[in-house]
Write a protein that binds this ligand. Structure first.
Ligand code: TYD
Ligand code: MG
Length: 459
């Protein structure tokens, strides 16, 4: 008999190597390669029959294929449902990933209330005792009509309980605590996570059970271990934000049943997470008056416009190379904008430190935020206040030109709704608006380049 073959898998990034290495060549982490013994392929077990059946299929004509009809269940939280693509799909396996303490268990316990109103839900926790779960559930005022709690980490017993209770929804909190008997490594290792996930997927697909898995991510923000399970599950939702920030945001990193554009916004309070359906209002509350360096911006998060404020601060530097920090904005993009301002407008920004901050822990990863970033930097540098009722959006090119952005109309309507009076936008986006009428007679100022935009500030 041949000795079983081993592969070494990086628990950070999923890199595979034939031999052990101290440092992962892919993500440069130390001591993250774990041995996984590759077993001889065995005859498919009962649960996996469906997966292996795929290999026996024959090709079918594309035209004869029918669109699947997904049966979705609303979770009672619209913000979450939207990210899922309209609710939890029957028989799907969803991974909810986030740092410890972000609110994963809280959110899942909250949706249990609606889900268990008419159908059986099994909440499996490998992290907390029944008492602790009950305590949290009471605080969240969960009725839990058909809610079952199982505190267990052994996959064999978990699967047996699923068989005997017959739930329609299963929550596994967290996948890192689960272990399968036949697998040699400890819970939380790549092989354990992979095997546990595979077994849960098999039961989900064969019985039409919807499974929600909790996965902890490490400090670096990658899903510890579960990088390997990302491609196995149907959807990966990432829960972001931290304790100091107002918002907790859920975004879909992968979704087989919906778009990955949407985000869900929540706020953590006394009674768990509450939905924030108008995040812009919250973000704009408490704006400073008459302070230079502030500019409101409108970005798109999926199909929703979101307005927040950018704050810039420039101060004479005492360093040989000036400091630059960016919170919620791409660092290299900040460098780029600073370079454009220096070269095209002749502002001597290389003599100052520049700090950039986006309010509310929002990350602006849309180039449409460029113009407002540039304006807030100019405002701070020249100490000119930008009118509080002014909002700007537009992408900046290297020549200082202002490029068109998507859906200007939606952005303007949101600005209008929140009482803004002036919108600075790219000329090309303005031209696209044609005859669109806005209710309040909001003033639109089209700009072709940074030069035009600066002139507005000077007025
Ligand atoms: P938790 O859901 O346990 O986080 P995770 O499962 O992602 O590790 O809890 C998140 C934090 O939220 C916890 O530190 C306590 C706090 N919290 C509230 O502020 N209000 C509440 O109603 C609850 C249940 C928790
Ligand atoms: Mg938890």
């Amino acid at each position: 008999m041949k000795a079983p073959k081993s592969v070494y898998i990086c628990s950070e990034c999923g890199y595979q190597s034939a031999r052990w290495l101290g440092k992962c060549p892919s993500c440069s982490s130390w001591n993250t390669l774990e041995e996984q013994v590759q077993e001889e392929p065995v005859a498919p077990q009962k649960g996996r029959a469906r997966i292996s059946a795929v290999t026996e299929s024959t090709a079918v004509a594309y035209k004869s294929l029918e669109l699947p009809e997904y049966i979705r269940s609303a979770t009672g939280m619209e913000e979450l449902d939207r990210v899922l693509g309209g609710g939890i799909v029957e028989g799907s396996v969803v991974l909810l990933a986030g740092e410890p303490g972000i609110g994963k268990s809280t959110l899942l316990m909250q949706i249990c209330d609606v889900l268990s109103a008419r159908r059986k839900v099994l909440y499996i926790s490998g992290e907390e005792s029944g008492g602790q779960l009950k305590y949290r559930a009471q605080r969240l005022e969960i009725e839990g009509e058909n809610l079952y709690i199982l505190t267990e980490t052994a996959m064999d017993r978990i699967l047996a309980q699923i068989e005997s209770i017959g739930p329609e929804f299963v929550i596994v909190d967290s996948i890192q605590t689960m272990y399968c008997k036949g697998v040699a490594s400890s819970a939380g290792s790549v092989s354990q996570i992979k095997e546990s996930t595979m077994r849960l997927i098999a039961i989900a697909k064969s019985r039409g059970i919807s499974v929600l898995l909790v996965g902890h991510v490490n400090k670096e923000g990658s899903i510890a271990g579960p990088k390997v399970m990302e491609h196995m599950v149907d959807a990966v939702l990432s829960f972001e934000g931290d304790r100091q920030q107002i918002f907790r945001i859920i975004r879909a990193v992968k979704n087989r049943y919906g778009s990955t554009n949407e985000i869900g916004v929540f706020e953590m309070g006394e009674k768990g997470l509450s939905e924030v359906s108008n995040p812009s209002e919250l973000l704009l509350s408490g704006r400073p008056e008459d302070a230079s360096g502030n500019c409101a911006v409108c970005i798109m998060e999926g199909t929703r416009p979101l307005i927040t404020e950018i704050q810039a601060l420039t101060a004479d530097t005492s360093f040989a190379s000036p400091r630059r920090t960016a919170n919620g904005f791409d660092y290299s993009r900040l460098y780029l904008i600073l370079a454009v301002l220096e070269k095209r407008l002749g502002l001597h920004l290389s003599t100052v430190d520049a700090y950039l901050n986006v309010i509310g822990g929002i990350t602006l990863d849309e180039p449409a935020a460029d113009l407002a970033v540039a304006l807030s930097l100019i405002s701070s540098f020249k100490d000119i206040t930008i009118d509080r009722s002014l909002i700007a959006f537009g992408e900046l090119g290297l020549s200082g030109e202002c490029r068109a952005v998507s859906t200007p109309e939606l952005r303007i309507r949101e600005a209008e709704r929140l009482g803004f009076e002036t919108v600075v936008l790219p000329k090309r986006s303005y031209d696209k608006l044609m005859q669109t009428k806005f209710k309040t007679g909001i003033r639109l100022i089209p700009v072709k380049s940074l030069f035009d935009a600066v002139r507005i500030l000077a007025k």
